[in-house]
Design a protein around this ligand. Sequence first.
Ligand code: URA
Length: 210
Amino acid sequence: MYENVTLITHPLIQHKVSILRDKNTTSKDFRELAREIAMLMAYEVTRNLPLQDKKVETPISPMVGKELAGYDLAIVPILRAGLGLVDGILDLIPNAKVGHIGLYRNEETLEPVEYYCKLPKDIENRTVIITEPMLATGGSMIGAVNLLKKHGVKNIKSMHLICSREGIKKLVEVHPDIEIYTPVIDEIINECGYIVPGLGDAGDRLFGTK
Ligand code: URA
């Protein structure tokens, strides 16, 4: 595996992902679980954020504690399924800003085309966590990272619920500098672009649109 891919093997996350995969899980439960997993994963994604000393006066004495060293965060979901992971991260990092990227696939060129992009105005100074539940062919993720780099973003991490091995390979080939976090990697993508066994269409399952 690639050194910039972190497989999150925590038992709570693995347990919850299996419930997400179950076709009988309702949209309400799916949404709640996706939020919980995102919160648990955010703990890992932020593990290496730099700290600096901070003077604190406790009721007993002054001391030097720690605080995050100025690397403000932004969460950028890829519409629409990426929305399902935003609130879980915000539960842990309530001051993070949220941008949105919408991409569709041009059926002739098969390239992702931007239809919506609204980002915090100081995005270039932020560490960005892209949320995309399913990293399948990698096309949307590559498009989203291209877009963020065009806006000057230098530190990019991505959070997924399920990745395909092929999607990771493609993304890492084009963008070797981003950090990818996922609890599971599935081996197959079918002819319709779905991950097998996967969990189906993450957007439909989150929003009950099927
Ligand atoms: N997008 C989904 O929602 N599911 C997949 O399996 C692949 C892409």
